[in-house]
Design a protein around this ligand. Structure first.
Ligand SMILES: [Zn+2]
Length: 131
C-alpha cells in the first residue's frame, strides 16, 4: 500500500544522476564547513540540497537532461584528470608520466631505464627522456 503510493509518486519523475549526487556531496561539504568555520555556509548547503531534491523529483525531464549534459561538459574533463592522477599515483613506482614536447600527448615509460629515446605515437616526434 505504502510502497504502491511511493511508486505512484515517483512515476514519471527524473530521478537521480551524477549532478544530483555532486550537489549532495558539495552540500555535505558546505554543511561541514559551516559547522567548523562559518555558520552561514549552512544556507548554501540547504540551497544545494533543495536543488538536488528538486531535480530528482522534477517531471520536466528534458530540462533536467539539458542541465545534466551541461554539467557533464564541465565535469568529464575534471573526472578524467582525477582518474589520471589516481593512476599516476598508483603506478608511481613503475612508470614515469610526461608529455610530448611538440603535441602535448600524455605518455608514460617504465622507470629505471636511464635515458631513453621516446617516439611519440601520435606525432612521431623523437626525443630523449630520463626515466
Ligand atoms: Zn607528439
Amino acid at each position: 500500500m505504502l510502497l504502491q503510493k511511493l511508486q505512484q509518486f515517483l512515476y514519471g519523475r527524473y530521478g537521480s544522476d551524477k549532478l544530483s549526487l555532486f550537489l549532495l556531496v558539495v552540500g555535505l561539504l558546505f554543511s561541514l564547513l559551516g559547522r567548523l568555520f562559518f555558520w552561514p555556509l549552512f544556507l548554501i548547503a540547504d540551497v544545494l540540497y533543495f536543488y538536488a531534491l528538486f531535480r530528482i523529483l522534477s517531471r520536466n525531464i528534458p530540462a533536467r537532461q539539458r542541465e545534466y549534459s551541461a554539467f557533464l561538459k564541465v565535469w568529464n574533463p575534471i573526472e578524467g584528470w582525477l582518474r589520471l592522477q589516481k593512476r599516476k599515483w598508483k603506478e608511481r613506482g613503475q612508470y614515469k608520466y610526461f608529455k610530448c614536447p611538440s603535441c602535448r600527448q600524455r605518455l608514460r615509460a617504465p622507470r629505471g631505464r636511464g635515458k631513453i629515446q621516446v617516439t611519440c605515437q601520435r606525432c612521431k616526434t623523437v626525443f630523449l627522456k630520463k626515466t
